[in-house]
Design a protein around this ligand. Structure first.
Ligand code: FAD
Ligand code: MG
Length: 340
């Protein structure tokens, strides 16, 4: 069980950064609120403010297309037209939904972008979260099925077949946004950068001294910045899904925000968190959620055949397991790495 209410993201174990936030001057790092979370970008080549501006406006653009918390986004329009008519969407939205359906398929529906009715019902992260009745959960479950999303490539349109269905891209859109931020960094010809979108981390390029990147894995039971271990390696993305990101308490129980589309409750598979290491952040984001819902054995079976994809599993009893290629060192006595 969690010891306290925390809201956090994996934090870097990288040398002290001097923060020079002066308009017009090169900045080492910039932090802004976007996509419902704290987003930080560090451009080691002393990013010029125009690049930060481009990155953060791209993040906001993606939010404005994909949020379910804003009116008139493409996703809000798709949901409003559920059971009625297909809705034409921006390229970004179409691509993310296509990917979401792919991950729904390969995860056997553990990841399901039509989880919207359950998210609204529980209200976790909203001002009024609550434990719904079984009848309400059953009603929401009857509306969840990724196979009822119709895509039309020619029209670039999306149709939810049944009224009441609702997309929620919260488990995948931040990954896409991190990849898109990396595209801007690449185009600008920068050499090293870190993108941190509330738990979606992307380390870009090579460090000047050629040493590997070091990214810490958050201790899911402690405050922000307390790590359980460090992952080292080259350019990659590391995305974590965990019980600690968003939750509420009722009657002495804690309920977190990652739902099992099979029973309508917060997924309870004995895991505190799952971190996926991969090349693309969109993949890592979808997979971290999928694996969290599937649990260790099925989740590992999903990850192992995927090239360039590794995972770290943290269990309720504070034991840790990892796939072979995950370069993790535990640095916290409360956790034990179980060898294969
Ligand atoms: P992840 O594991 O990556 O995703 C969990 C989230 O995905 C859940 O919160 C739920 O939304 C959804 N989900 C739950 N179970 C499943 C499942 N089985 N399959 C698929 N999806 C599932 N937060 C705010 O508080 N206010 C906002 O206005 C807001 N706007 C946002 C706009 C955008 C475009 C995005 C991408 C996010 C926004 N968020 C907002 C944050 C959003 O709620 C986060 O994505 C959320 O905190 C989950 O991210 P995570 O990385 O912790 O967990
Ligand atoms: Mg995710």
């Amino acid at each position: 069980m969690l010891k306290r209410r925390i809201f956090l993201i994996p934090v870097f174990v990288i040398t002290t950064l001097t923060f020079t936030y002066c308009t017009g001057k090169p900045e080492l790092s910039r932090t802004e609120f976007a996509l419902g979370t704290v987003c930080s970008v560090t451009l080691y080549d002393k990013g010029n403010p125009a690049i930060y501006r481009d990155i953060f406006s791209r993040l906001r653009e993606i939010e404005n297309y994909m949020s379910v918390n804003l009116p008139d986004t493409d996703v809000a329009r798709i949901n409003a037209a559920a059971g009625v008519a297909p809705v034409q969407v921006h390229d970004d939205v179409f691509k993310v939904i296509q990917k979401a359906l792919y991950f729904a398929e390969i995860s056997g529906g553990a990841f399901d972008p039509t989880v919207g009715p359950l998210v609204s019902l529980w209200g976790i992260g909203s001002e009024n979260p609550r434990v719904p009745s079984q009848a309400e959960i059953d009603a929401a479950l009857s509306l969840i099925n990724w196979r009822d999303v119709e895509l039309d490539k020619e029209q670039r349109s999306v149709f939810l077949r049944r009224p009441g269905m609702a997309l929620d891209l919260g488990a995948i859109a931040k990954g896409y946004a991190a990849d898109e931020a990396a595209v801007i960094i690449r185009k600008a010809g920068l050499k090293q950068a870190i993108i941190d979108l509330g738990g979606n981390i992307l380390v870009y390029g090579e460090k000047k001294d050629k040493s590997p990147w070091r990214v810490s894995v958050q201790d899911p039971l402690e405050d922000r910045g307390r790590s359980l271990g460090v992952i080292t390696g080259p350019e990659a993305t590391m995305v974590t899904s965990g019980v600690y990101e968003r939750f509420f308490e009722a009657d002495g129980q804690q309920y977190h925000h990652i739902f099992s589309p099979f029973n309508g409750y917060p997924a309870d598979t004995g895991l505190l968190s799952v971190t996926i290491i991969s090349k693309n952040s969109i993949d890592a984001d979808a997979l971290s959620t999928a694996v969290f819902v599937l649990g260790y054995e099925k989740g590992r079976a999903l990850i192992e055949p995927l090239e360039g994809t590794e995972a770290v599993f943290v269990f309720n009893d504070q034991s840790v397991r990892k796939t072979e290629g995950a370069n993790l060192k535990i640095n916290n006595n409360s956790y034990i790495l179980i060898p294969d």
